[in-house]
Design a protein around this ligand. Structure first.
Ligand SMILES: O=P(O)(O)OC[C@@H](O)[C@@H](O)c1c[nH]c2ccccc12
Length: 277
């Protein structure tokens, strides 16, 4: 793992809190819903495969959206989301494992647990269909990927550059998220996916993460060969009260001819997402 001192202060504090958090009691055993099936269903239906994220706030968001997480998740599925991501980090993102459990009971699409899991104990906090592992923050990725699979999770391994991609592939990852946001500077650059994607093998599912705010961004990521997109802020519209179903639909419909405003504009507001985590 790289030294924490290179990371943005907000990220250092998130990681410190994650290392202090208690793990689960006992080892979870998940009967997971397949992400690749859900992505294929969306595609067959003419929707852009979207993983929509329930993220009440973030260290740099312009506000908190404190609607019921279950209602938010339902609204995202109604708007065509193929899967749901749920932040379970409590102190910086307003998330909770309980919210994830309630969401997973309420929807029938796969649910990703989005958190800063750094060891096996941290995996056992709550059941989910997918579990995020961030290459930069873990020491022995290969054993964590295996431990996640032993529990029934589909591990989604997050990378930010080609070196990290190499590490992920060597660890046997078959679901890879390329984060457009640099966790050191918190800056977003959609070129990240464009530069890493050509090195991702065909049989690996590539998910473009972060910074997608408009239908044009969606198309740009798809042209870069992303199989799916993970979108939070543009759908949540922190500090606003826009319709989450509509925000989702607008992005999920970005490749359909009949989406009127698909050429320009952002999903909900004209924020640039640049400093949000
Ligand atoms: O809100 P955005 O820019 O659409 O980003 C969503 C998601 O990619 C982002 O929340 C994220 C990606 N990887 C993370 C790791 C931890 C916390 C958050 C994240």
């Amino acid at each position: 793992m790289n030294s924490d001192t290179e990371l943005a202060p907000a990220v250092q504090s998130i990681l410190a809190a994650a290392r202090e958090r208690a793990g689960g009691e006992g080892v979870v055993d998940v009967d997971a819903r397949s992400l690749t099936d859900a992505l294929a269903d969306a595609e067959a239906d003419g929707r852009v495969p979207l993983i929509a994220e329930v993220k009440p706030t973030s260290p740099t968001a312009e506000g908190t959206r404190d609607d019921d997480p279950v209602e938010l998740a339902r609204a995202m599925v109604a708007g065509g989301a193929a899967a749901i991501s749920v932040l379970t980090e409590p102190s910086h993102f307003g998330g909770s494992p309980e919210a994830l459990t309630r969401i997973r009971e309420a929807v029938d699409v796969p649910v990703l647990r989005k958190d800063f899991v750094v060891d096996e104990d941290g995996m056992d906090l709550v059941e989910a269909d997918l579990l995020l592992l961030i290459v930069r923050f873990v020491d022995d990725l290969e054993s964590l990927v295996a431990a996640a699979r032993d529990r029934g999770f589909q591990p989604l391994v997050e990378v930010h550059d080609r070196d990290e991609l190499e590490t992920a592939l060597e660890a046997g990852a078959d679901l890879i998220g390329v984060n457009n946001r640099d966790l050191a500077s918190l800056e977003v650059d959609l070129e990240t996916v464009e530069s890493v994607a050509p090195a991702v093998p065909e049989d690996v599912t590539l998910i473009a993460e972060s910074g997608v705010s408009s239908p044009a961004d969606v198309r740009r990521m798809r042209e870069a060969d992303a199989d799916a997109l993970l979108v939070g802020s543009a759908i949540m519209d922190h500090g606003g009260d826009s319709d989450v179903t509509e925000n989702t639909r607008r992005l999920a419909g970005a490749e359909s001819m009949d989406v009127a405003d698909s050429a320009t504009g952002s999903a909900a507001t004209d924020h640039d997402g640049g400093s949000q985590i």
